[in-house]
Design a protein around this ligand. Structure first.
Ligand code: CA
Length: 235
């Protein structure tokens, strides 16, 4: 897994944990492992953030203010958009019945506190590999496009495609989530980072460059413009 390979769009993990020190420790360690990490300390806010930011995986504490982790998990599983969102539950309760209840809510894995960070990171990678293989592989093909995250190369119809660093990250992000529509704001967050101010129009400029580099006019345009919504990769 090369979550942290340079220039790659890093998988986005949302940590929902109301214990500040643990949340900070999780953020530090997951960031070091090459993930992009968001934090949230409240169940209700988590549900809103997940809709907005569409993370690739959620680490969800069991006991949370306003809406409990179990309830958040249940609601996420009821929504079509988040039915398959990878979720790892954290809990201080080690009882077997609770463990089963946790799994019944639809969580993909379950980690009992206190845990070693290396153990949690291994579980995160395992869940991503199982549920989102496209996120974790070094080389991914979609249709006629192949992206190699280690060699930092892209091919279409076997021909090498030369991309700038931003276009590479854009394509990488689309390749990780084929068919999913991303708004300009979501692409800015994922590709440029939420702490940098860039106008949303900039996204359109780089999408244009990516299309040209991929030979959209000759080979067919793999990027779909969804009016008033954003862009998606359709291959
Ligand atoms: Ca808690």
């Amino acid at each position: 897994m090369t979550a942290g390979s340079p220039g790659a769009a890093r998988p986005h993990i949302l940590v929902v944990e109301d214990e500040d020190s643990l949340a900070t420790l999780l953020q530090y360690n997951l960031d070091k492992e090459g993930f992009r990490v968001g934090l949230c300390a409240d169940g209700e806010e988590a549900l809103i953030l997940i809709d907005e930011k569409q993370p690739d995986l959620v680490i969800l504490d069991w006991m949370l203010p306003t809406v409990s982790g179990i309830e958040v998990c249940r609601r996420l599983r009821q929504r079509p958009a988040t039915r398959n969102l990878p979720i790892i539950m954290l809990t201080a309760r080690a009882e077997e019945s609770d463990r089963i209840r946790g799994l019944d809510t639809g969580a993909d894995d379950y980690v009992v506190k206190p845990f070693a960070m290396s153990e949690l990171c291994a579980r995160v990678r395992a869940v991503l590999r199982r549920i989102r293989p496209g996120l974790a592989e070094d080389q991914v093909s979609r249709g006629d496009i192949v992206i190699d995250r280690v060699a930092h190369k892209v091919n279409r119809h076997g021909q090498e495609v030369h991309l700038g660093p931003t276009e590479f990250r854009l394509l990488d992000h689309f390749m990780r989530h084929p068919g999913r529509v991303f708004s300009r704001e979501q692409l800015l967050d994922a590709v440029w980072g939420s702490d940098i101010y860039v106008e949303t129009r900039t996204v359109d400029v780089h999408i244009g460059r990516l299309r040209r580099a991929l030979g959209a006019a000759r080979e067919g345009d793999p990027i779909r413009t969804v009016r008033s919504a954003g862009y998606s990769l359709e291959v």
